[in-house]
Write a protein that binds this ligand. Structure first.
Ligand code: X2X
Length: 333
């Protein structure tokens, strides 16, 4: 079947390019999925990668993106990835830790003081250490991790201004041992809920609050069901783009090369885009009615320290991995 198709590419950022392609049935029809809204830069740049791959392979490799939990919550999508039903999936290193415990080390509380330390670490030996552990579990992680951001705390009941305000606070956390441990250390009452159900959990007040980077709070419209935002900045989070190891190894080398090139390139572009909008997102959230508070983050870190959080997690990751982390972050506690 040979048909001539007209397609308009580059609709979002660049000039519209009219191109004429001969459409073939795709030889490799693959699925990618994530948990972020359509407008979130993770979705936008994964779409750009899929478009670039389709274009460079003349339609031979067709990756269809299912954003915004269309295939289920993170826990479901991870199962689909492992069974081979889903080929590509982005996941927080901390949620991945339910399968690969070593993966959550990038999310240690208050570890990263700047992106100048973070990106070289994630793109260098520290990220390589984590990716090696991921591969042992039968999954494959692409070189460049995608950005989620530094996490901030929101609430519908009362502002969290000092560590004591967390006492008994019903906070939704993603499904991950480190998240639960961190908010227990804050004396909060963490409850595990996949992101797919966060909006409704907040709306029905099953949870009083949650924590996420500003871009996600904005794109998922959590300001509609939350009143206060405290800049606790308690941890950095990203998204590893994962594939099923067997599925990935089964693809021809030239196909793998093109896929990896576009995903890794767009991950770096997504980070830059997120950095650029950081300032305006806070203004947007203020305009949407969130009361935004700066807090003394040192006091929150001291609470984690005194509750034994660092001791516990250094013990879990082991001295070597912890030393590799601190090589990049400087002394953590
Ligand atoms: O579940 C969350 O809060 C989110 C979207 O930030 C993650 O993927 C960890």
């Amino acid at each position: 079947r040979r048909a001539l198709h007209l397609a308009v590419a580059g609709a979002v950022a660049g000039p519209a390019v009219l191109r004429i392609t001969r459409a073939h049935a795709a030889e490799f029809s693959l699925k990618a999925a994530n948990n972020t809204p359509i407008s979130h830069p993770l979705t936008v740049y994964m779409t750009k990668a899929a478009d670039g791959i389709r274009e460079e392979t003349g339609g031979k490799v067709d990756i269809k993106l299912f954003p915004n939990n269309q295939l289920g919550g993170d826990t479901d999508m991870l199962s689909q990835l492992r069974s081979g039903a889903l080929e590509f999936f982005t996941l927080s290193p901390l949620i991945l830790a339910t399968l690969v415990p070593a993966a959550s080390i990038s999310g240690v509380g208050f570890a990263w003081s700047s992106y100048d330390k973070l990106w070289p670490a994630m793109d260098g030996d520290f990220g390589a250490h984590v990716r090696a552990q991921i591969e042992k579990s039968g999954l494959f992680a692409f070189d460049r991790i995608w950005e989620n951001g530094f996490r901030q705390t929101t609430s519908s009941t009362r502002p969290i201004l000092k560590p004591e305000d967390f006492k008994g606070f019903k906070i939704r956390v993603p499904p991950s041992p480190m998240w639960t441990s961190m908010f227990k250390a804050f004396d909060a009452a963490p409850m595990t809920i996949n992101f797919a159900e966060v909006y409704s959990a907040l709306q029905t007040r099953i949870a009083e609050g949650q924590e996420n980077p500003l871009t996600l709070i904005d794109s998922a419209k959590l300001y509609e069901v939350q009143k206060y935002l405290s800049k606790t900045n308690h941890m950095w989070d990203g998204f590893w783009l994962l594939s099923n190891g067997k599925v990935w190894r089964g693809l021809p080398q030239d196909v793998k090369t093109v896929i990896a090139k576009h995903f890794n390139t767009q991950a770096v572009a997504q980070r830059a885009d997120m950095a650029q909008r950081a300032g305006t997102t806070e203004q947007d959230l203020k305009a949407r009615g969130l009361a935004i508070h700066d807090v003394d983050t040192k006091a929150f870190q001291a609470k984690l320290q005194s509750a034994g959080f660092y001791k516990e997690w250094k013990g879990k990751f082991g001295d070597d991995a912890w030393a590799l982390l601190e090589k990049h972050t400087g002394p953590i506690s």
